[in-house]
Design a binder for this molecule. Structure first.
Ligand SMILES: [Zn+2]
Length: 347
């Protein structure tokens, strides 16, 4: 196994020549003589085409993205590629090394740090590099997440609300190429500074998604990440071939669902222990019990039942059962009209 000793300053990265190149881009610590090395693979095809950017490890305790991206890079051959693929398998390297969501160096949540700041702390400087050197070169951006350790989210490729009908359609088609049971339109209201928000502002086709949960490496999630990225490449002409069916047999069809109203992201009225009463991804009717929050300070208390506020699919739950007042404990996503024609692009 070769050990790569060198780092590559940003100005020396070759973004254009045909080939498959791995760089380690250095970012200097804020308080000591040390540098974080962010792996960046640039794979340029022998023929022109679109640029796909694939990123994993934006949060350090989500593993399907890093594994899927790493496997993809190992497989791509410039001779068979039309266009360019830029892959960052692990974006927040210090967080990943520490097995935690945020960077231990500055407490930075990479997915709240965009567009970043060239003079900011290390997380912000890495974000700044991604915005100006990577996202700016993209046509399609995929940022693979896995809900971290506190939540479980329906297996969905996701994106924010998009008003332009053609761009919306392109997002739906790209999201469904991952073969996950859901494509989810969600709200930007839960945070600012998201990587995906920055890419969307630049007009890129931008897909996020939750490929697993619980700091695990989910078997299906890794497959959706790795094979799904190849499906996206086929869909956008970067590689030849038919899209592969990735939707597991137990799902009858893919569903386009949405919840874009932050006031319908239901939070816990009391602190306690969250008991799920409906499985993630299940269809529920308005009024169905979805979560019970048990108050163990009063062992005789039956708990607070949270009911579905509409007909739809259970989009998230607490994975860590210990729940604080105000934690999001239930989101119901409604099915919305699909702009793709029957059978088109769907699995
Ligand atoms: Zn994440």
């Amino acid at each position: 196994m070769p050990v790569i000793m060198d780092i590559t300053p940003v100005k020396d990265i070759d973004w254009e020549s045909p080939g498959n190149r791995l760089y380690h881009v250095p970012f200097t610590y804020d308080g000591e003589w040390a540098r974080v090395r962010v792996p960046v693979s640039v794979i340029c095809g022998h023929r022109p085409g679109k640029t796909l950017v694939a990123i994993g490890g934006t949060h350090g305790d989500e593993y399907e993205g890093p594994i899927g991206c790493k496997k993809l890079v190992a497989e791509l051959e410039p001779e068979r590629l039309s266009g360019r693929v830029i892959v960052i398998p692990v974006l927040n390297v210090p967080a990943f090394q520490a097995d935690q969501r945020e960077s231990p160096l500055d407490g930075g949540n990479m997915n709240r740090a965009f567009p970043g700041d060239a003079n900011g702390t290390i997380t912000s400087r890495i974000a700044h590099f991604v915005t100006h050197e990577v996202l700016s070169r993209a046509d399609i951006v995929v940022d693979i997440h896995a809900a971290g350790t506190s939540m479980e989210i329906m297996r969905a490729a996701s994106f924010h609300q998009i008003d332009d009908p053609e761009l919306f359609r392109a997002h739906v088609e790209t999201a469904f190429a991952f073969g996950m049971p859901f494509a989810l339109v969600y709200t930007g209201g839960m945070g600012t500074g998201l990587l995906s928000e920055e890419a969307e502002k630049m007009g890129k086709i931008t897909i996020g998604g939750e490929f697993g949960y619980g700091a695990s490496a989910d078997l299906e999630g890794v497959r959706w990440a790795y094979e799904g990225l190849k499906n996206v490449m086929k869909l956008h002409g970067l590689m030849p071939g038919e899209l592969e069916r990735l939707l597991p047999e137990r799902f009858k069809r893919q569903v386009l669902a949405a919840n874009t109203d932050i006031d319908r992201y239901i939070t816990a009225p009391i602190s306690g222990i969250a008991e799920p009463l409906a499985p993630i991804g299940a269809f529920v009717n308005k009024g169905d019990p979805v979560v019970c929050i048990h108050d163990f300070d009063d062992i005789t208390n039956p708990g607070v039942i949270i009911q579905a506020d509409r007909d739809g699919y259970v989009a998230c739950r607490k994975f860590r059962a210990r729940t604080r007042q105000g934690d999001v404990v239930m989101v119901i996503a409604e099915e919305i009209p699909n702009p793709l024609a029957e059978g088109e692009g769907l699995q």
